[in-house]
Design a protein around this ligand. Structure first.
Ligand SMILES: [Zn+2]
Length: 162
């Protein structure tokens, strides 16, 4: 899928020259009126597609993103640990014969899970996405340059008028 022209600046910071190739995988779910109609009849009509494309990023951004991905991976592993901790905590609370044990347990488990979810999504790297028709980039400078090079590949509202 290489039918677009890349700006020479880094797709992540939009400042440094982009020197390292970086592959972006973006999944896109198309939910239409047909999907809702399908749900009514118990049929799943969801158009789920995955797109992969390459951009260029600078060395600093690459290191930063790789570190974030590593941390994110560790958090995913931590989720399993939390599951085990949750069971142990339940065993402990059950022993205390406290009437509120279940309520306490639910509050703690939900709080921990929310914390993990928030951290996990904060660490997600979203440089850009493609929905099968248009590209979108988080960095405004890069997005602007991309729109200039590929006017047909960005939403008409984001096209740069010359
Ligand atoms: Zn950069």
């Amino acid at each position: 899928m290489e039918f677009f022209r890349l700006p020479s600046i880094c797709a992540n910071c939009g400042i440094e020259p982009g020197t390292n190739p970086w592959t972006i995988t973006t999944s896109f779910t198309n939910i239409s009126a047909l999907t809702l109609l399908g749900m009514f009849f118990g049929i799943s009509i969801i158009n789920h597609r995955k797109y992969t494309f390459d951009v260029s990023i600078c060395g600093t951004c690459r290191d930063k993103i790789l570190k974030r991905l590593q941390l994110r991976h560790r958090i995913s592993l931590g989720c399993y640990g939390t599951g085990i901790m949750g069971v142990l905590l339940w065993l402990y609370l059950a022993q205390t014969n406290n009437e509120d044990a279940l309520a306490h347990w639910i509050v703690i488990v939900v709080a921990v899970w929310l914390l993990i979810l928030v951290a996990h999504s904060l660490l997600a790297t979203r440089i850009g996405s493609f929905n099968g028709k248009y590209f979108k980039f988080k960095n405004p400078a890069f997005f602007r340059e991309f729109a200039l090079l590929n006017p047909d590949l960005v939403k008409p509202s984001r096209q740069v008028r010359q």
